[in-house]
Design a protein. Structure first.
Lengths: 251, 274
């Protein structure tokens, strides 16, 4: 925790430096407002509920797309890891689709789903799918054969080995995929909202930029930083709870 | 064939077992035509130099690996899948003991799937076994919080919970320190006597083989064959100090050691001649 505080102090120093350079006129452009102006705007849009009103649809879209991705990718990944046939069938397709930047799906998604929530949820879903899927099946493939043989010597059927050995042994890897996907979900929802639609934090940022509300635009970007940070922190907390059995390196 | 000899079929018969790896470049025969019987209640140890396929042989007996040729017959039936009365104890306890389960949950693992007694009886059996392997007080610990010797005790208790009649042990003590190994050897001997188990044990340590067993089979050569099959006439209960001082111990140790190193000596000579 000690390292954390010096890190926060450093951020404060950077903000102070920003404030000093803009206040003294060293940097003088409307594109870079003073930090105090940004915080003022940030407070205003938060206090009047505007920020929350814009965040809520983004969270909702992330939630739907992300949960769907988890629900599809976890069983599919386990299946791909456990079955040679499924792996052979789906691995090439996965490797072909995976490198395409998720923002490139947006035009197709708009064609089929319009510019509403469904399009954004789909894009979040699709981009979150692959990190979870790949981590799930490589987790299964990486399992030590001794674990599986232990199940066999105790007379477990294939299904039971999958349920009580392969799944728990793959949980750490699945959680890693889910954490990566959570960060991707935030990126993708913002991009989708900037491209099309009239709500959400992405729209809020772009709209304020177009109308020259630069401090509000920065407030939106700062909010994304805080949201992303908190999401990751919460996820790590859950991860250490779920994986409480794992040895932790003493630092 | 052992099975055809009438009513006196052996408890476990290893009949013509062969392991061959066939790759495109070359075929490698690890062992060939292994044939021996294991009697009920025996403590049989298979010794051999590393690479002779002793672990593979044990996995074939356990029904975990299919033989290239030959069969294993257990109680008159060919072994095609792991029989419920046989439990295999792995060398790599740190991988075999489930890290996400506590000591208690690990020991109960095999038991949960068996239908027999009620849950109260099962829980009681788990507590009993934990006490027997001297892990009481550690019931709620996770494996990574335990030492290697303790983890192997968990594996042992987990195996015994299922009431096996045969315990197959693959170099179970090769990764623990000498003192822990001596304690675990004693524990296994006690359990073998108490529970009237049949134990098939694999090790490369000739001393360990002689100390534990009622009979030792030595594999040697390439491909490996049964080179020596000797009974160990040491009295029970065995003692880490006095048993190892007896003439029988020393004689058997010498015989077995010569048997498994003869091949290596020959190879070294051939190497020198080249």
């Amino acid at each position: 925790m000690k390292g954390r505080w010096t890190g926060f102090a450093f951020i404060l120093c950077l903000l102070a430096l920003w404030e000093a350079t803009t206040a003294s006129g060293l940097v003088d452009t409307p594109s870079v407002p003073r930090v105090s102006a940004i915080f003022e705007a940030w407070y205003r849009v938060t206090a009047n509920g505007e920020m929350l009103r814009e965040l809520w649809p983004s969270f909702y879209r992330i939630g739907i797309g992300y949960v769907l991705a988890v629900v599809v990718a976890v069983p599919l990944g386990l299946l791909m890891g456990a079955s040679r046939f499924m792996y052979g069938l789906l691995e090439p397709l996965t490797e072909l689709l995976r490198p395409i930047p998720s923002s490139a799906y947006i035009p197709i998604a708009i064609l089929f789903l319009g510019i509403g929530d469904a399009m954004k949820e789909f894009v979040v879903f699709f981009s979150c799918l692959f990190p979870i899927l790949v981590n799930a099946y490589s987790g299964v493939i990486g399992i030590d054969p001794v674990l599986v043989d232990t199940g066999r010597t105790f007379g477990l059927a294939r299904r039971d080995i999958l349920k009580s050995i392969i799944f728990p042994a793959t949980v750490p890897s699945i959680l890693t995929g889910m954490r990566i996907s959570l960060a991707i979900a935030l990126i993708v929802v913002v991009v989708a909202e900037m491209v099309a639609g009239s709500s959400g934090i992405g729209y809020f940022i772009l709209d304020n930029q177009r109308t020259f509300h630069v401090p509000e635009m920065f407030a939106g970007i700062f909010t994304l930083g805080v949201v992303g940070y908190c999401a990751n922190a919460v996820f790590l907390l859950i991860e250490t709870r779920v994986l409480h059995w794992r040895p932790r390196a003493a630092l | 064939m052992f099975g055809r000899e009438g009513g006196d079929a052996p408890f476990i018969a290893v009949d013509g077992l062969t392991k061959r790896y066939a790759s495109r470049q070359r075929a490698l025969t690890v062992f060939e035509g292994l044939r021996f019987a294991i009697g009920e209640g025996e403590f049989l140890t298979i010794v051999g130099p590393s690479g002779c396929g002793k672990s593979t042989l044990l996995k074939m007996v356990a029904g975990l690996v299919r033989p290239t040729e030959g069969t294993v017959v257990f109680r008159g039936r060919a072994v095609n899948a792991p029989p419920p009365e046989m439990i295999y104890v792995f060398q790599q306890y740190e991988k075999s003991v489930f890290p996400w389960l506590t000591v208690r949950e690990n020991v109960a693992f095999g038991l949960q799937r068996r239908q027999e007694p009620g849950s109260a009886a099962k829980a009681q059996r788990v507590e009993q076994l934990i006490r027997r392997v001297e892990l009481h007080g550690y019931e709620d610990y996770y494996p990574n919080q335990l030492s290697g010797g303790m983890q192997q005790r968990v594996a042992l208790a987990r195996a015994l919970a299922c009431h096996p009649s045969v315990l197959l042990m693959d170099e179970p003590f090769s990764a623990v320190d000498a003192l822990t190994r001596a304690n675990l050897q004693q524990l296994v001997l006690e359990l073998w006597q108490e529970l009237k188990l049949t134990v098939v044990f694999v090790t490369h340590d000739v001393d360990e083989a002689v100390f534990l067993s009622t009979r030792v089979v030595a594999l040697a050569g390439a491909p490996a064959r049964v080179d020596l099959d000797v009974p160990i006439g040491l009295a029970h209960p065995r003692d880490q100090v006095t048993s190892r001082e007896q003439g029988e111990f020393i004689t058997r140790r010498r015989e077995l050691f010569v048997s498994i190193t003869r091949q290596q000596a020959r190879e070294a000579e051939a190497e020198a001649a080249r």
